[in-house]
Design a protein around this ligand. Structure first.
Ligand code: DC
Length: 228
C-alpha cells in the first residue's frame, strides 16, 4: 500500500499559500489543510477566555483544554472550537495578531502539530503553514516555500479582506504583516525557514495559476502524479 501523499506549502503571510494550496488540492483530488486555522482557533479560545497574551502558563492551560477540529470539506474547510463553528470568527485582525503570539509557545505547537498529523488521509493532502516541511511532515516528497515581496503580500491581503467584507487599509496591513513576519521568523520553536530540499517559488510577479502549474511540473518530475 502506498502512503498518502503530502505536499507541504510553507511561507510568510500573504504569499498566496491558501489560494495555491486549494487550487492544487482540487486539481489533484487531495484534501486541503490550512494549519494556520488551528493556531487561529487556539488564539480565539485564549481571547474568549480573557487570559492575558503575556501569561504563557494560562495560555498553555487554556489551549490544552480546547477541543479544536479541522474538517477538510469542499469548497471551504470548517473549523470547530469546542463544538462551535468558528470558521469566520478566526479571521478577524485581533485573532490574527493573537495567533502569531500564541503560536510561539512550544506546548501549543506540540498539541496542534499532533492534530495536524492526524489530518493526513488517503489519497493525500496539500497542507499549508509555516513549518509543514520542516516539522510537521519533514519526509514530505514535495515541499514548496512560497514567497513574495512584502508590499505585494500586503496588497493581496487587503484585497482578500475587502472581498470578504473586512475593511482594511494598506498601511495597517503592511505593518501587521511585517510584525508577524518578524515574530514568525525569529521565534525559537519552528521558525519560518525553508525546509531542507524545499523548492522556493516567488509569486510576486506570477499568478496563482502559474504557481500551481510550476508545482505540478515539480510533482511530475518527482513522479508523484498518477499515484492518487
Ligand atoms: O497562515 P495564517 O496567517 O492563518 O497563520 C496564523 C498564525 O499562525 C501565523 O502568524 C503563524 C502561525 N502559524 C504557525 O506558527 N505555524 C503554522 N504551521 C501555521 C500558522
Amino acid at each position: 500500500m502506498t502512503k498518502p501523499l503530502v505536499i507541504a506549502i510553507d511561507g510568510p503571510a500573504g504569499a498566496g499559500k491558501s489560494t495555491v494550496a486549494q487550487m492544487l488540492a482540487r486539481r489533484l483530488g487531495l484534501a486541503y489543510v490550512d494549519s494556520g486555522a488551528t493556531y487561529r482557533a487556539a488564539a480565539l479560545k485564549v481571547l474568549e477566555s480573557g487570559v492575558s497574551l503575556e501569561d504563557e502558563e494560562a495560555i498553555i492551560r487554556v489551549v490544552g483544554s480546547a477541543e479544536i477540529r479541522f474538517i477538510p470539506r469542499q469548497p471551504q474547510p470548517q473549523v470547530l472550537l469546542d463544538g462551535k463553528d468558528v470558521t469566520a470568527t478566526i479571521r478577524t485582525a485581533e485573532v490574527t495578531q493573537a495567533a502569531s503570539r500564541v503560536s510561539r509557545l512550544p506546548a501549543v505547537r506540540k498539541k496542534l502539530i499532533a492534530l495536524q498529523r492526524l489530518l493526513l488521509i488517503e489519497p493525500g493532502v496539500v497542507m499549508e503553514g509555516r513549518d509543514i516541511g520542516t516539522v510537521v511532515f519533514p519526509d514530505a516528497p514535495l515541499k514548496i516555500f512560497l514567497k513574495a515581496d512584502t508590499a505585494e503580500r500586503a496588497r493581496r491581503r487587503v484585497q482578500q479582506d475587502q472581498e470578504q467584507g473586512r475593511p482594511a487599509t494598506l498601511d495597517d496591513t503592511l505593518s501587521e504583516i511585517s510584525s508577524r513576519d518578524q515574530r514568525d521568523a525569529q521565534r525559537q520553536a519552528s521558525p519560518l525557514v525553508p525546509a531542507e530540499g524545499a523548492d522556493i517559488l516567488d509569486s510576486t510577479d506570477i499568478s496563482a495559476e502559474e504557481v500551481v502549474e510550476r508545482i505540478l511540473e515539480l510533482a511530475r518530475r518527482k513522479h508523484l502524479l498518477g499515484r492518487q
